[in-house]
Design a protein around this ligand. Structure first.
Ligand SMILES: Nc1ncnc2c1ncn2[C@@H]1O[C@H](COP(=O)(O)OP(=O)(O)OP(=O)(O)O)[C@@H](O)[C@H]1O
Ligand SMILES: [Mg+2]
Length: 271
């Protein structure tokens, strides 16, 4: 399948298509890019409808039509990105929509999401041992956990599911973390989705010192920061949710819960 995808795309990449994608990226993201290639992403439950634009600048952009059957998945992914940008979530990846990408068979006549990927990033589950050590206990660890705390709050506030570490990306050189792939959202937020983050703290410390452990404090600080931004932007957030039938009236219990309570419950996973 991926091979067929490569051939289909590469054979159908005349210069006007490259120019069209380039225009799209300029219009939506303000970046003037020279496109090197468009390839299948090749992994993920939506792989059949997911392509990546590789630009000479080193930037990458996803072209995604969710096909795994989440109701309103396309619209939810777009809305979550808009909310993340509005709330200034760390390194939020903007998503634009287009219905002009006819050069990919599956996209003909369809609206697809175009995502500006986090530059220089890789999935958290694909970090090397050394990169993992740096975010767990090295000099990058506080900034990693602050950002993780912010995203954890965002995920709980908007009931985002499917939060495995393949749906978080980390750019080691720039120390930037982002949560991605948010099509499954506006559900009940679940602490269990984030338990794997506890692999990035010293567990014994966290178990005994709880919120007083410096590492849990890092998560807590990020969590509280996102909660405060959410409260400050209440009417803007409500306006974005009210604008669609699928998101209208959505409320998360986490908007009302104190960070102390949430983080304390979260730590119960340590046993
Ligand atoms: N914003 C982004 N920044 C960096 N890389 C990204 C971004 N979005 C997607 N990717 C890359 O593409 C891969 C697949 O993307 P995505 O998770 O959106 O697909 P999916 O098919 O919906 O996945 P899943 O199997 O988790 O449902 C990611 O794991 C990541 O490697
Ligand atoms: Mg994914």
């Amino acid at each position: 399948m991926p091979l067929r995808g490569v051939l289909t795309v590469q054979m159908a990449m005349p210069s006007e298509v490259l120019a069209q994608i380039s225009d799209l990226l300029l219009t939506h993201f303000g970046n003037r890019e020279t496109i090197l290639s468009v390839d299948p992403v090749g992994e993920g439950a939506n792989a059949r409808g997911h392509f990546v634009v590789n630009a000479a600048s080193g930037n990458h952009y996803g072209l995604k039509l969710p096909v795994r059957g989440v109701p309103f998945g396309l619209e939810k992914e777009h809305l979550m990105a808009t909310l993340a940008c509005t709330l200034d979530a760390p390194n939020a990846c903007p998503v634009a929509q287009t219905d002009r990408l006819d050069f990919i068979d599956l996209f003909r006549g369809k609206t697809v999401n175009v995502t500006h990927w986090l530059a220089g990033s890789k999935q958290v589950r694909q970090l090397s041992e050394e990169e993992r050590r740096l975010v767990r206990s090295g000099p990058d660890s506080t900034v990693f956990r602050n950002q993780a705390g912010e995203w954890m709050a965002f995920g709980l506030l908007f009931g985002i599911g499917d939060r495995h570490p393949g749906n978080w990306v980390w750019a080691p050189a720039e120390k930037k973390l982002a949560m991605i792939d948010m099509e499954q959202s506006l559900e009940q937020g679940e602490l269990a989705h984030y338990t794997w983050l506890l692999d990035y703290v010293e567990r014994e410390n966290a178990r005994t010192l709880k919120l007083k452990s410096a590492e849990i404090r890092d998560l807590y600080d990020g969590y509280s920061q996102m909660l405060a931004k959410h409260a400050a932007q209440k009417s803007m957030v409500e306006g974005l949710l009210e604008a669609n039938d699928f998101s209208k009236g959505f409320k998360s219990a986490y908007a009302e819960r104190a960070p102390e309570e949430v983080l304390s419950n979260f730590l119960l996973a340590l046993g």
